[in-house]
Design a protein around this ligand. Structure first.
Ligand SMILES: [Zn+2]
Length: 102
């Protein structure tokens, strides 16, 4: 895939894609280019879309968990929930400030 035109003068539009890891990727397209519905996130490689609230689901890359592993993981639900909420808050506050999330 070669880029025929690399001129800075070409009109561009910026499109933000969101993956299920909550990465935001701003991509520049030629104004007349058709923006694809999905794009591989440059940060993690997962599929990303323009719909921030409904990014494409991540393909299953985690190894299958045994029932026992699942139970062990859930032994402290409230603690896990707290950690999750904290992480979500952190992501949200970072996103507001425009910081790139890795
Ligand atoms: Zn990503």
């Amino acid at each position: 895939m070669g880029e025929a035109e690399r001129g800075e003068a070409a009109p561009r539009k910026q499109v933000t894609f969101h993956c299920s890891q909550q990465h935001q990727s701003v991509l520049a397209f030629a104004r007349e280019a058709v923006v694809p519905e999905s794009w591989d996130c440059p940060k993690c490689g997962l599929p990303a879309s323009m719909d921030e609230l409904n990014p494409p689901p991540a393909p299953r890359i985690e190894p299958y968990k045994t029932h026992l592993a699942y139970v062990k993981e859930r032994r402290s639900d409230t603690e896990a929930e707290d950690i999750l909420q904290e992480a979500i808050q952190l992501l949200r506050s970072r996103r507001k400030s425009g910081e790139i999330i890795f």
